[in-house]
Write a protein that binds this ligand. Structure first.
Ligand SMILES: Nc1nc2c(ncn2[C@@H]2O[C@H](COP(=O)(O)OP(=O)(O)OP(=O)(O)O)[C@@H](O)[C@H]2O)c(=O)[nH]1
Ligand SMILES: [Mg+2]
Length: 478
């Protein structure tokens, strides 16, 4: 495990923001979300956590004492009751932060919780900065950086699947994949170094397999690149993907939007040009959050408001991860629709022929061509026909098909991906050098570089500005 002190030095200084507090201080914060609720928790961590919490607590007469959780009254410094509830004590190292920790479980009253924090501060605790509890867990070796990052993802998860993936990472899924790669690389480096050291004694061969280690290095590099490659889908799980519904006025975009959301969200009328603003709602497609956007029909604008509506629709079209192009099946295609179809990227577009409940106005040839060239789906926003097939198609386009398998390890964090690619790049340099005949000892720095980048993922190798980069955007109290 890392030595916490070695990391602390890099985090201080004006450029990297406030230094993490000396762990000799006891910190305090409200750990439950702002607002009212059944329970509210004030957390204290540090060497005086239990002393301060005890000073704020009067056990009830019936509490037997001696337990980790006691019931009683919370009082201010003057002994006046603030609230009643439980005091939970966690002794090091078996606490989240690895330090002495106390939690005061009171009622979820913002005013009472604030009084408790103020009373703790009056007794010598310091208000915690965002993420400081998690930072301490890291500094005390309770979790590595990937686990800290995953805790934040878990707190911010919007779908059940996101939460599960984040939780797997809290348990160390990414760390163990990375550590496995790192161990293999460390072994290769050790063999190279041994071979170099003993080369003059003619014993180098003992440390290197027949044909050298290059094949192992190549295999390892591919393993690292594969893990980096899982980030694309991992990001979709984490951040979701945006789907813009586009098409001509009156094609039924808003009707389809409502149908997919199963909610009467957007205004639908028979008048062309109903939708003007871009509407956005989250759709949960088998665990992947989809930002579904309804847009104005694309047409020649007649006034200023329409011009702006079309401009916004085009903006949504340009930035969407996936396009859902809606055609009106009850009438022939328009020229601008043909142009739109020609410009579609099949990998990120789904084409639907809406109003399948009406008699077709497309013409048989056109309908066939749309199905063949664009795998167009016939749907009816009005009756719901074809909507399940559309959902499945959107799922595929959003890349969630495989994501529903939780067994597979994938990364969700761009920081991890960048470091994996840097490690793979260093291995590639070393491999290329070896092929060109560069002696092994000159390649060792590249191997070491790869090892360091892998170590940086878990935080074993120091990360510059770690507080700013990892912990600062946590909420206070976590
Ligand atoms: N028969 C039938 N009518 C539909 C269907 N979908 C939409 N409509 C009708 O088509 C008209 C336009 O529907 P909207 O959903 O407002 O169309 P839109 O594409 O959002 O239109 P704009 O916002 O004006 O661009 C309304 O009268 C809807 O009731 C469908 O599947 N079948
Ligand atoms: Mg509309």
């Amino acid at each position: 495990m890392l030595d916490p002190r070695s990391l602390r030095s890099g985090d201080s200084g004006p450029e990297t923001g406030p230094a993490p507090a000396p762990v000799s201080e006891t910190i305090v914060a409200i750990s439950t979300p702002p607002g009212r609720g059944g329970i509210g928790v004030v957390r204290l961590s540090g060497p005086r956590a239990l002393a301060i919490a005890s000073a704020l607590f009067r056990p009830g007469r019936k509490d037997p004492g001696g337990g980790r959780i006691a019931f009683g009254r919370f009082v201010d410094r003057g002994g006046e009751t603030i609230d009643h509830g439980y005091l939970a004590a966690f002794r090091p190292p078996r606490s989240f932060t690895g330090e002495e920790t106390a939690e005061l479980w009171a009622h979820g009253s913002p005013a009472a919780l604030r009084l408790l924090v103020e009373a703790a501060v009056a007794l010598g605790a310091r208000p915690a900065t965002p993420g400081e509890f998690t930072l301490r867990a890291f500094l005390n070796g309770r979790i590595d950086v990937t686990q800290a990052e995953a805790i934040r993802d878990l707190i911010e998860a919007r779908t059940a699947f996101q939460a599960k993936v984040a939780h797997d990472q809290v348990l160390g899924r990414v760390s163990s994949a990375v550590n496995h790669l790192k161990d293999r690389l460390a072994e290769i480096v050790a063999r190279f170094e041994a071979a170099i050291e003993f080369s003059e004694e003619g014993e180098a061969g003992r440390f290197l397999p027949e044909g050298g280690l290059l094949r192992d290095v190549g295999e390892l590099r591919r393993g690292i690149e594969d893990l980096a490659g899982t980030c694309e889908r991992g990001r979709r799980v984490r951040d979701g993907v945006s789907v813009a519904i586009v098409g001509s006025p009156n094609a039924g975009k808003s009707s389809l939007f409502n149908r997919l959301l199963e909610e009467d969200r957007a205004i639908v009328t028979a008048i062309a040009g109903t939708t003007r603003d871009v509407l956005e709602e989250t759709l949960d497609l088998r665990g992947i959050p989809v930002a579904l956007r309804d847009t104005a029909g694309l047409h020649e604008p007649r006034d200023e408001a329409e011009a702006e509506a079309v401009r916004r629709a085009r903006g949504a079209l340009a930035t969407a991860g996936v396009l859902l192009l809606v055609l009106d099946g009850s009438r022939p295609l328009r020229d601008d629709e043909r142009a739109l179809l020609d410009g579609l990227d099949p990998a990120r577009a789904v084409v639907v022929i809406n109003k399948a409940d009406l008699s077709s106005g497309l013409g048989l040839d056109e309908a066939l061509r749309l199905k063949r060239r664009h795998a167009a789906l016939e749907v009816s926003a009005k009756t719901g026909a074809g909507i399940e097939a559309l959902r499945r198609r959107l799922e595929e386009a959003a890349g969630s098909g495989a994501a529903a398998t939780r067994e597979e390890t994938f990364i969700t964090n761009v920081r991890h991906k960048d470091l994996l690619l840097k490690a793979a790049g260093a291995l590639r340099r070393a491999g290329d050098g070896a092929v060109r005949g560069v002696p092994d000892e000159y390649l060792i720095p590249d191997y070491r570089e790869a090892l360091d980048r892998l170590g940086e993922i878990t935080g074993e190798v120091g990360i510059d500005g770690i507080y700013e980069r990892i912990f600062r955007n946590f909420c206070i109290g976590k």
